[in-house]
Structures are given as structure tokens and as C-alpha cells.
Design a protein around this ligand. Structure first.
Ligand SMILES: [Cu+2]
Length: 157
């Protein structure tokens, strides 16, 4: 019977992990960002949609954000949406690897030059939410610049 006390947990633990993984994938929306689109990293500023970054109202509470990361800022770096907005972020980088993490949301994307990253967030809480670059992207002699200065905010009102 001592074997059963090992076999049962060793079968149960992976089963519980699988259930949690499926929950995270389908209910929370936490999954690997899609990288199905690639663009020329040298032509980001000329390539649609990144030639026109910004917030776009698609109606019915749906919004698109086209965002470009660059050393050391996001364009746009302030996004204002109403409560309940569903916002699809389409992002890339025009120089080095950056990241995009938005506080209290499932948005956590790497911004890789030449790759288009996408994530959709549902903003169900009013407030200001920090968006930060979470991939170290360099230092500057000027203290107000550099990776630590690469942030912005989402305002849900
Ligand atoms: Cu960065």
C-alpha cells in the first residue's frame, strides 16, 4: 500500500497542472503571443499598420492599438479607453528587443524587431494602469532616459 501513496499523487499532480494550464489558456487568456506575421524590421515606420500607430475605435466597445516600441519609448504611450473596452494590441519593435506588460491585464508580449505580436485585453476596472517595457533595452548617460524610463499608461474611464 505504500506504493499507492506515491503513485496516486504522481498521477494527480500532473492532472491538476494540466487542468490549471487549460484554465489559464482558455479562461484567463494567458498564452504565448502569436507571431504569425513578420515584417521587415528596417521598414517598420513605412509598413502598415505601424506607419500609423495609435488607438482606433472599432465600435461596440472594441478597440485596436497599434504600437511601436523603440529605444526608449512606446508610440503611443498613453491609451484612454472606456470601462469594459476590449483592446487588441498589435505591436512590434523598430530597433532592439523590448517588452510590453500592462498592469492588471493579460498583456505580456515581447516586442521583437520584424515580428508582429498580438494580445487582447478586457479592461473591467477603472483607473490608470502602468504599461512597461520588461525586456532590458539599454542605458543612457541621461538619467531620465534608458530602459527604466520606457513606460506609459492605460487609462480606463
Ligand atoms: Cu524597451
Amino acid at each position: 500500500m505504500i506504493e499507492a501513496s506515491w503513485i496516486v499523487p504522481s498521477a494527480l499532480i500532473p492532472a491538476i497542472m494540466l487542468v490549471l494550464l487549460l484554465y489559464a489558456t482558455f479562461s484567463v487568456g494567458a498564452h504565448v503571443p502569436t507571431h504569425e506575421e513578420n515584417i521587415d524590421p528596417k521598414l517598420v515606420a513605412q509598413t502598415a499598420p505601424f506607419n500609423n500607430p495609435g488607438l482606433f475605435d472599432r465600435g461596440n466597445g472594441q478597440y485596436d492599438v497599434v504600437m511601436v516600441g523603440q529605444t526608449w519609448s512606446f508610440r503611443p504611450n498613453e491609451i484612454r479607453v472606456p470601462l469594459g473596452a476590449r483592446v487588441t494590441f498589435t505591436v512590434t519593435s523598430q530597433d532592439v528587443i523590448h517588452g510590453l506588460r500592462i498592469e492588471k491585464s493579460n498583456v505580456n508580449i515581447m516586442l521583437i524587431p520584424g515580428q508582429v505580436g498580438k494580445a487582447t485585453a478586457h479592461f473591467t476596472e477603472r483607473g490608470e494602469f502602468l504599461l512597461v517595457c520588461h525586456e532590458y533595452c539599454g542605458v543612457s548617460a541621461i538619467p531620465t532616459l534608458g530602459h527604466q524610463a520606457m513606460y506609459g499608461k492605460v487609462i480606463v474611464e
